[in-house]
Design a binder for this molecule. Structure first.
Ligand code: THU
Length: 142
């Protein structure tokens, strides 16, 4: 994989073309690079019952985990529009579970030929919730 992950951005943009998004008409693709070197693709899949829709990033993570990979080097996200779209909060939290240090590339529909922003997942989730103490909920003090 090239060091600016432009290939990964290209894969995310191609995955975006498979988006099932008849309600929002906003297509998003994700390409997640495992430490094994394998790439897992995701796209947003919407539903007539809107709340059942899944974002591209989480679709990619769930596919990778189902394939046995849990350690990731980078994820590229490519969405419709000229400017990079940042991942939603739910996707940030799910990405954090598997790789706070993974590189996160955001691109618009022009892919690596347009503006690309680069962060780590941890950059995007300050003061993250990572774990809890069993028994520390409200019932413990009742
Ligand atoms: N979407 C993603 O796939 N990823 C994000 O991080 C933000 C939003 C999708 C969900 C929905 O299908 C559409 O974009 C509009 O919100």
């Amino acid at each position: 994989m090239n060091s600016d992950y432009s290939d990964l951005v290209g894969m995310a943009c191609r995955a975006r073309l498979n988006s099932y998004s008849p309600y929002s008409r906003f297509r998003v693709g994700a390409a997640l690079l495992g430490r094994s070197g394998k790439v897992y693709l995701g796209t947003n899949v919407e539903n007539a019952s809107f709340g059942l829709s899944i974002c591209a990033e989480r679709a990619a993570v769930f596919q990778a985990v189902a394939a046995g990979e849990r350690d990731f080097a980078a994820i590229a996200v490519c969405a419709d529009g000229k400017v990079p779209t940042p991942p939603c909060g739910a996707c940030r939290q799910v990405l954090l579970e598997f790789g706070p240090d993974m590189a996160l590339l955001m691109a618009g529909e022009d892919g690596a030929a347009g503006p690309v922003k680069r962060y780590t997942v941890a950059d995007l989730v300050p003061e993250a919730f990572r774990s809890f103490e069993p028994g520390s909920g409200p019932e413990a003090t009742a």
